[in-house]
Write a protein that binds this ligand. Structure first.
Ligand code: KIV
Length: 278
């Protein structure tokens, strides 16, 4: 039997390292696939599946740290988790989120915070939420040689301003606003932009109008790529399931069954067995 992955492509070590420039060149090419990871073993699994971008998203605040939204995630949280992912030395591009208020306040702070993600944690690109408002910050990061991925539409760090996790761009005026944000991200020099929580037709339109790839999450099939949170793919998080999430495996269910079996075996004396003893 071959090594895992041998039947569908090169093994992890034969894959070429993915760079921000590679992602940029995939506009209208092969679809880009991105998945989140927040720790070393998950980053290894994501990478061995041939995923293009491993995103250390600030969704970690909800799916790992148990916060109700992403606004409580700190720079220290992001550095800690990004460093764990980077230690897996993935071929996938490592992109780390700038959390709430780590960008968008001043250019100087944004550069300092992005610098920490690159220098202390090993990120190869950073992601920022916002459009027109942060165009100059994106430009400043790109000038400092830090590749940037944008994020517009339903930007979760704006949850209080939006009044909840609400789909954006539903009216003509709101759609134009999301489009202007995406264009600003491109003008700032970003190599790609995440489109989150917008109608599919708007996702398709923005993808058509931009020269950089769009990576959708709840933005329809017309984007240049798709990203999902790994806890949604594996059914590991049940507090909140967005419409765009798709379960590919019930790892949460398998884990529960395994833990119940362990409990029962300890209680009735079947574990440890002879083979587990010295
Ligand atoms: O934080 C995150 O995981 C994200 C993705 C869902 C795009 O921003």
């Amino acid at each position: 039997m071959g090594a895992p992955g041998a039947s569908y492509g090169p093994t992890r070590d034969e894959r070429k390292k993915v760079t921000a420039m590679d992602i940029l060149s995939r506009k209208r090419g092969e679809k880009i696939v991105s998945v989140t990871a927040y720790d070393y073993p998950t980053a290894k699994l994501v990478d061995s599946a041939g995923i293009d971008i491993v995103l250390v998203g600030d969704s970690l605040g909800m799916v790992v740290l148990g916060y109700p939204d992403t606004t409580r995630v700190t720079m220290d949280d992001m550095v800690h988790h990004t460093a764990a992912v980077a230690r897996a030395r993935p071929k996938a591009l490592v992109v780390a989120d700038l959390p709430f208020l780590a960008a968008g306040v001043s250019v100087r702070d944004t550069i300092g915070n992005a610098g920490r993600l690159v220098r202390e944690a090993g990120a190869e690109a950073v992601k920022l939420e916002g459009g027109v408002r942060i165009r100059e910050e994106i430009r400043a990061l790109v000038d400092c040689q830090i590749p940037v991925m944008g994020h517009v539409g339903l930007t979760p760090q704006s949850i209080h301003a939006f009044g909840g996790f609400k789909v954006q761009g539903r009216t003509q005026e709101a759609a134009e606003r999301v489009l202007r944000d995406a264009i600003a991200v491109q003008e700032g020099g970003a190599f790609a932009v995440v489109l989150e929580g917008i109608p599919s037709r708007l996702g398709e339109r923005i993808t058509r109008e931009l020269d950089i790839p769009t990576i959708g999450i709840g933005a329809g099939p017309g984007c240049d790529g798709q990203v999902l949170v790994i806890h949604d793919i594996l059914r590991l998080f049940s507090d909140f399931t967005p419409k765009f999430a798709k379960f590919y495996a019930d790892v949460g269910g398998v884990t529960s069954t395994a833990l119940i079996n362990f409990r029962e075996e300890v209680r009735d004396g079947r574990f440890p067995a002879a083979e587990h003893c010295y």
